[in-house]
Every structure is written in structure tokens, then in C-alpha cells.
Design a protein around this ligand. Structure first.
Ligand SMILES: Cc1ncc(COP(=O)(O)O)c(C=O)c1O
Length: 380
């Protein structure tokens, strides 16, 4: 048989590559973005209680109503923004499925989607699988700031979607209110859809405010928000998230959702619905991770790595220009194999693998792991 790959240039995701290498060399794994500490026992108990109570059959297609109501309440409480649980919220198998589904629902062959690089690695393959064309706008260290004039220049009649991500993986930067106003102005009176990946919404530092698209009415009317309970509640392996959008957009989303996953893990949804009743479960995250960021940065402040402190997410980008001339991919491999610490080379998220001598380290780890990681970085 003669198959023509739909994604001929796709390589195995860097997260799998680095985690496997870390395991092989018994390295401290600060590469993949997941906590190495246990999530709240209360949430785990709620899941097993719901399993034991027999909720092991299909959940409703858009998600358990009680969970959609809890999500709607969160948007109301935090942003005074209304999403109707009946038809503007869908529970998904992680943010990844929400992103794929929103793209698939709208992107046709030759549609253009603007993507800011470095970009989380599921965006572009999802666009290309649908025949769309990713239009990359490369941002640069140290602040990865968007020049909105450059965005205006690439918008044309084929532009169907713009994908944003704040707080931003991998740089740890956040959008300002001014960024959002610029985006709102640029998309006003167009048919452009905005996909706002807000999985790190609750991990934001130094009194920065999360700028959700739902705070900007014109923007909200054309936007999907994608979110991840895995990131929020330290259980990335449960792959549960959700998507919010105005009804006209969500109607199309659900048509695809219905046939690419139909419905999501039932007992976990019921457990999350109850767990969300206590807002502190997500409001305390910023404090927890800010302490970890500060610990990590304090421990490596005398090292040869340089940095701008992360403003959100649980990632810290480190500039290694003073350490080595190697490209970031080779260095990430060598640090894992020879020094026992794994990280992610940021070039894999960049256009044409642009190498700006930056590595991404995940600080969602126990203090002990961070101390051992910092000892290694200080010795390099
Ligand atoms: C920016 C961003 N979006 C989406 C995801 C995927 O989230 P989930 O694990 O809920 O699918 C991640 C996971 O690392 C991410 O960093």
C-alpha cells in the first residue's frame, strides 16, 4: 500500500522524548509539565466514591450538568461573565481535545490561522490535519512581546482564526490588558475566531491579573476558551478539561465533539463538580506555585543561567548563552545524559526551530526535587 502521510514532517512530541530520556538516565525530570506531587486526597476520594456509587456509564455528551453549572459559576464569580451551562460550556478530554475540536469545527482547507511562536505543540498539527495553513509570528526573548502591527500586516481575507495562550507556555509571559484591547480592535468587524488557550489561568504571579477573553465583550463574542482541570488540580493524567464559547460557536463545536469523543469520564466529572464548590481549591494555586518559582530562582541565582522571572504557568525559561554555544536541543539531551537534569529546548516550539539559547524548566515539583535540580544547574 502506498500511504501519503497527512503530517509528513511531524516528529514525536518533545515531551515524550525528554521524559523517556530522563527515565533512561534516571535524571531529574524538569521537562514535562506535570507535578511530581500528589493531588488533593479529597478529590481522589470523590472520584472513587462516584465510581463505587455506580457512575461508570457514559456521561451526558456536553458534560455533567452539575459540572457545567460549577464552571459557569466560576466565570460569573471571577470575571462577571456569563456562559450558559446548557449550551455554552462543554467538558472535554483535556484542553488538547478542546483545541483540536474547536479547530476542526471551523478550519477548512486553505484557511489561515495565526499562531504566535513559541507555541504549544498541538496547535499546528491540528490546523494542518484540517487542511489549514498556520501563519507563524515569531516572538523573541526575553519578553516575547507581541507587536500588534505585525499581526495587522498578516491578516487577510483567508484569516479564519487567531490562537493565543496566556499565561504562556513555554515563556511564562502573560498578556496585558493592552494586548487584549489590541486583539479586540484588530478582530472587530471581521469573521476571525479567537481560540484562547487559558489552561494556566489560575497560575499567575506578582499580582498580575489573568486577562481572559471573556473580560472583553467584543472579543468574547468570537472566542473559544480552552481550559484544563489536569493543570489546575495536579492530575494531568485524568485528561479532563473544558471549553466555553458563545452559543453560535459552541453549536458547531459540539457537532465535532459528539463524534470525536462523545463524552468524558463520568465519575471524574461528578467529583470535579463537587470539588469546584470550594473556590480556594483553584484560588490558592498562584500562591503555591509562586513560592516554588521563588525557591527555584533563588537557588539558581548564582548560576550561569540567566532569566526573567516567570509571570505565570509553572515553567521558567532559562537563558544559557553564558553556559554553552550548543544548540538548545543538543544541550537539553547532554544535560539529561551527562548531568542528570531534563528540560525542554524552546526551539521545538519556534518557527524553523529558531534557537535563542533558551531551555524551559518545570517547577511544579517537590521542594526536594527543585533543590536537587538547582544543585546540578549551579554546578554547570
Ligand atoms: C498551553 C497548553 N495548552 C494545552 C495543554 C494541554 O492540556 P491537557 O493536558 O488538559 O490536554 C497544555 C499542556 O501542557 C499546555 O501547556
Amino acid at each position: 500500500m502506498n500511504h501519503q502521510s497527512k503530517l509528513p514532517n511531524l516528529e514525536t512530541t518533545i515531551f515524550s522524548v525528554m521524559s523517556a530520556l530522563a527515565q533512561k538516565h534516571k535524571a531529574i525530570n524538569l521537562s514535562q509539565g506535570f507535578p511530581d506531587f500528589k493531588g488533593d486526597q479529597k478529590l481522589i476520594d470523590l472520584v472513587s466514591a462516584n465510581m463505587n456509587a455506580g457512575y461508570n456509564y457514559y456521561a451526558p455528551m456536553p458534560g455533567v450538568l452539575k459540572l457545567r453549572e460549577a464552571i459557569a459559576k466560576k466565570y460569573d464569580d471571577l470575571y462577571s461573565s456569563t456562559y450558559h451551562p446548557d449550551n455554552e460550556i462543554t467538558v472535554t478530554a483535556g484542553a488538547t481535545q478542546a483545541i483540536y475540536t474547536a479547530i476542526t469545527a471551523f478550519i477548512r482547507p486553505r484557511d489561515e490561522v495565526i499562531v504566535f511562536r513559541p507555541a504549544y505543540d498541538c496547535y499546528i498539527p491540528s490546523i494542518e490535519l484540517n487542511g489549514g495553513k498556520a501563519i507563524s509570528i515569531q516572538l523573541h526573548k526575553p519578553d516575547y512581546k507581541i507587536d500588534w502591527n505585525n499581526v495587522a500586516k498578516v491578516i487577510n481575507n483567508n484569516t479564519k482564526m487567531i490562537i493565543i495562550n496566556t499565561p504562556h507556555n513555554p515563556s511564562g509571559t502573560v498578556f496585558s490588558k493592552e494586548d487584549m484591547l489590541q486583539l479586540q480592535k484588530l478582530t472587530n468587524n471581521t469573521n476571525i475566531i479567537v481560540l484562547s488557550d487559558e489552561v494556566y489561568e489560575h497560575i499567575i504571579f506578582d499580582d498580575e491579573q489573568h486577562q481572559s477573553v471573556c473580560l472583553f465583550p467584543e472579543l468574547k463574542s468570537r472566542s473559544f476558551i480552552t481550559a484544563s482541570f489536569g493543570k489546575t488540580f495536579h492530575n494531568t493524567g485524568w485528561k479532563t478539561g473544558y471549553c466555553c464559547a458563545p452559543k453560535d460557536l459552541m453549536d458547531e463545536f459540539v457537532k465535532v465533539h459528539q463524534f470525536n469523543v462523545f463524552s468524558v469520564n463520568h465519575p471524574i466529572q461528578l467529583a470535579l463538580a463537587e470539588y469546584l464548590e470550594e473556590p480556594n481549591h483553584y484560588l490558592e494555586l498562584s500562591g503555591l506555585f509562586q513560592e516554588k518559582r521563588d525557591l527555584f530562582l533563588n537557588l539558581i541565582k548564582e548560576s550561569r543561567f540567566t532569566f526573567t522571572p516567570s509571570k505565570g504557568t509553572y515553567f521558567q525559561a532559562l537563558d544559557y548563552s553564558n553556559v554553552s554555544n550548543e544548540n538548545d536541543y543538543d544541550l537539553a539531551i547532554r544535560l539529561t545524559e551527562e548531568h542528570g537534569i531534563a528540560s525542554i529546548p524552546i526551539s521545538v516550539f519556534n518557527e524553523n526551530k529558531l534557537d535563542e539559547k533558551m531551555l524551559r524548566f518545570c517547577f511544579a515539583k517537590t521542594d526536594d526535587t527543585l533543590k536537587r535540580g538547582a544543585d546540578i544547574l549551579n554546578s554547570i
